[in-house]
Design a protein. Structure first.
Length: 327
């Protein structure tokens, strides 16, 4: 989820942005390459490979997902953003990197380790940071405030960063948070109220990251707010889910604490590992903020199209294609 108060881009440090995308032979270091939520990380890897770039993935452990990466020609390096030494090793010959962190505790420490590793590495590394709109020191979400502080750490360290604070919710949030209840009970429940939300597809978000890595001249840095493709409230989402399921689906507004508790219960049975108690607290804080008419950024399909170089995916096409209704 990616809505938050407006904040002007910091002006204390302005890294050089231009057409250079790094030496083609130099590997692009990608964190989050095995990410599950929306598969944004794997999408970034695939697109970089399609663009002819060498890719090095920093992963915490080996397994089926890393085997798939290796089969694509990705150099897989075992390490952890909480282990500075492993990040230093992963940075060998790297000129550009993609930094992301799940909605969970620990992003500030991860950023500090990454920043220290880049400084120890000693060569310039242009880093694209996948962020979210709630990254703001005054946001009610703990994770939003942590993300802002992590980005401040990267800036204080003097790193060359381009931060993508995507000001929209992922389509895939609907699948993760509401797919089960829509299928089983014909209802989606949350505390967004009737306020419209800006939406973006995870692959479009991944395409933003690829564009920032390959075509940084398209972005105003070091902090920018790529928009969603469209806006829709959750009653509209429920209606589209009903159309996809061929049965009525209703939206039921509930209070933040009730929804947070429901998400904690969902986390206990979520086999994907996407939903966790931290995410539950974050998403309910964001939803309550939006329902309370906190300032957000509007969707802008034309601007998103310009940034990613293709037509963005619509909410309707995503939902009718079935990911949110598959059981």
């Amino acid at each position: 989820m990616s809505h938050g108060p407006r904040e002007d881009a910091r002006t204390s440090q302005t890294p050089p942005y231009g057409p250079a995308a790094g030496t083609p032979q130099a590997p692009v270091l990608v964190t989050g390459a095995t990410g599950r939520h929306g598969a944004t990380g794997p999408y970034v890897v695939r697109r970089l490979l399609e663009e002819g770039r060498n890719v090095r993935a920093l992963v915490r452990r080996l397994g089926e997902r890393t085997d798939e990466l290796a089969a694509q020609g990705v150099e897989v390096v075992v390490g952890d953003l909480h282990d500075r030494r492993s990040v230093v090793r992963a940075l060998r010959d790297v000129e550009t990197a993609y930094f992301t962190y799940p909605i969970d505790a620990g992003v500030v420490v991860a950023a500090a380790n990454y920043a220290a590793a880049v400084r120890e590495y000693g060569a310039p590394v242009r880093t694209v940071v996948m962020s979210m709109g709630p990254a703001h020191p005054g946001h009610p979400s703990d994770r939003g405030r942590d993300q802002w502080l992590a980005e401040e750490v990267l800036s204080w360290a003097g790193l060359d960063i381009l931060v993508l604070r995507i000001a929209a919710a992922f389509h895939e949030n609907i699948s993760v948070l509401h797919g089960r209840s829509a299928r089983e009970r014909g209802v989606i429940r949350n505390c967004f109220g009737n306020t419209p939300v800006a939406w973006i597809n995870a692959e479009d978000a991944g395409e933003l990251a690829v564009a920032a890595l390959m075509h940084p001249e398209r972005f105003d840095g070091p902090v920018c707010y790529p928009p969603g493709a469209e806006e829709a409230d959750h009653a509209t989402v429920a209606a589209l889910l009903g159309e996809a399921l061929d049965r009525p689906v209703e939206f039921e507004p509930i209070d933040p604490e009730t929804w947070r508790q429901e998400l904690v219960e969902l986390a206990a049975i979520d086999t994907t590992g996407v939903v966790n108690p931290d995410m539950a607290g974050h998403i309910t804080a964001v939803a309550a903020y939006i329902a309370g008419r906190g300032p957000t950024r509007p969707a802008d399909r034309d601007e998103l199209r310009r940034l990613i170089g293709r037509e963005p995916t619509t909410l309707r096409s995503f939902l009718l294609a079935g990911p949110a209704t598959a059981g």
